[in-house]
Write a protein that binds this ligand. Structure first.
Ligand SMILES: [Zn+2]
Length: 235
C-alpha cells in the first residue's frame, strides 16, 4: 500500500489468494518495480486530494501522530527504542514528497524485527518465509544481517514507508504534514479514523495547473511523479 500511495494510485482492484501478502525483500522496492511494469493509466476525472485544514492529533501514552495544514506532503517521523542499535542521531527523518524521492529515500527501507518476535511469529505459523533476506533482524545488542543497513537510518525510514501505506487508506493523496513520534500502524490508523470523523478538519480539493491558487503545487506534484516515472531502480 505504501508503494501504491507513492505511485499516486487512487483507483485499483487487488486480489489476494493467500493469507499474507508476499513480503519480498521486506521493503517496497519490488512493488514499485511491479507497479511501474504493469503501468499506470491516467484517468479523465480531475485528481482529488485531501487537504488538512486544521491540526488534529491522536495520542497513546507518550506516542503521538498529528496532521497539520501544509502546502505539499510531508512526513516527519521519530522513533525511540531503548536499544543499542537505535542511535539517537538516526532516529528522526523528515521527507517532503513534493521535493524528495520516495524511490531513492524510502522505498528500499526494510521492515525490522527483534529476534524474540520473529520466533513468536513463527510459532504462530506466520512469517513462514521470514529470514534475513526480507527483514533486518536485531538481537539484544546488534544487527544480525551481515550486510548491515541500506540507509544508516533505515529503521525510521521504514516507519515512514509504513505510514505511507496507512495514509493510502485515506483514498486520496494527502495535502498536509504528518508528524509522528513512536507511532505505528495502530496509532496512525486511529488518527486516520479520527480525521474521517471530523470533516471540519479537512476538505477535498483538486490541484489544477490553470488555477492561480493551486498551479504551483500542481506542478510540484506532477514533477515528483515524473521523477518517480523516470527513476532508476537499484536492486
Ligand atoms: Zn513495515
Amino acid at each position: 500500500m505504501s508503494a501504491l500511495c507513492a505511485s499516486g494510485i487512487d483507483n485499483i482492484t487487488i486480489e489476494v489468494s493467500g493469507s499474507e501478502i508476499p513480503i519480498m525483500d521486506g521493503s517496497a522496492i519490488t512493488f514499485i518495480h511491479l507497479i511501474k511494469s504493469a503501468g499506470i493509466v491516467d484517468q479523465q476525472a480531475p485528481k482529488e486530494f485531501i487537504r488538512i485544514k486544521k491540526t488534529i492529533e491522536a495520542r497513546q501514552e507518550d506516542k503521538f501522530a498529528i496532521f497539520e495544514p501544509h502546502k505539499g506532503f510531508v512526513i516527519d517521523f521519530t522513533i525511540d527504542f531503548p536499544h543499542p542499535v537505535f542511535k539517537t542521531e538516526d532516529s528522526h527523518v523528515s521527507i517532503d514528497f513534493f521535493q524528495d524521492s520516495y524511490v531513492q529515500d524510502i522505498s528500499r527501507a526494510r521492515t525490522f524485527g527483534f529476534m524474540q518476535e520473529v520466533e513468536a511469529l513463527r510459532s504462530n505459523g506466520l512469517a513462514r518465509g521470514g529470514s534475513l533476506d526480507n527483514a533486518i533482524v536485531v538481537d539484544e545488542y546488534k544487527i544480525i544481517n551481515k550486510d548491515g543497513l541500506r540507509y544508516k537510518d533505515e529503521f525510521v525510514r521504514h516507519k515512514i514507508l509504513d505510514a505511507m501505506g496507512d495514509l493510502f487508506m485515506l483514498g486520496k493523496p494527502l495535502l498536509g504534514k504528518f508528524t509522528a513520534f513512536k507511532s505505528g500502524h495502530e496509532l496512525n490508523n486511529k488518527l486516520i479514523r479520527k480525521l474521517a470523523e471530523n470533516p471540519d478538519t479537512w476538505e477535498v480539493v483538486t490541484l489544477d495547473l490553470e488555477n492561480d491558487d493551486t498551479a504551483h503545487l500542481a506542478k510540484q506534484y506532477l514533477d515528483s511523479k515524473f521523477e518517480y516515472e523516470s527513476a532508476d531502480y537499484i536492486t
